[in-house]
Design a protein around this ligand. Sequence first.
Ligand SMILES: Cc1cc2nc3c(=O)[nH]c(=O)nc-3n(C[C@H](O)[C@H](O)[C@H](O)COP(=O)(O)O)c2cc1C
Length: 214
Amino acid sequence: MGTPLSGTETADLPEFTEAPAEPLALAREWLAAAREIGVSEPLSMTLATASSSGSVSARSVDVKRIDDTGLVFGTSLESRKGGVLLENPHAALQAYWRETMQQLRFEGVVEVLGGAESDALFADRSPRSRAATAVAAQSVPFATGPAEGRAALADAAERLLDEHGDDVPRPPAWRALRLVPDYVEFWLGRRDRLHRRLRYLRVEGGWVADHLQP
Ligand SMILES: Cc1cc2nc3c(=O)[nH]c(=O)nc-3n(C[C@H](O)[C@H](O)[C@H](O)COP(=O)(O)O)c2cc1C
């Protein structure tokens, strides 16, 4: 792991004189370089969604991987965001890495992955995190007082851990989701404010890339 940048330096980053054909491969290159430099939680991203009536909401999610199709994360379909995504799958993911002054933006449609892929993603979490996820009805208010409600969740999580050990089963509503982008943007901050922007738009059979003014 390299030394984190102080915020007054810029990393040795691409100048965008060229645009590789595949933005998701480029995103993985950026990610590998960010991990090398020591960027903190580079895949903690903001997920923005919009209801069918157009009201917008945003929250953080941990993207688990960027594959050749899109960005994969996990959540409950019964949460607020889950309900909104089932209503309108159009969404955006965004991250800013302050250590390197890089921003990544993805816009597209979210698909719900199958049981096997969801199981694999769920199994990747620690047993305690699986148990906590399994007992909580995400985004639902406590029916009792918060202290009582949290104590009941903690007890239920302990019972699940006692019963299943490392194999706490995935709640059926908790699924792996993939944002399949049709817009990808790489943003590289510059001290002279002439920030670099490389935008990809999906077209039939591939992508077109353009360098945008800052
Ligand atoms: C850094 C960070 C990462 C998070 N990762 C996830 C995640 O991967 N999945 C998830 O469901 N919630 C995650 N959360 C919690 C969400 O931000 C949010 O509170 C929760 O999903 C409920 O959102 P909703 O009411 O809009 O559905 C994360 C929160 C933070 C601060």
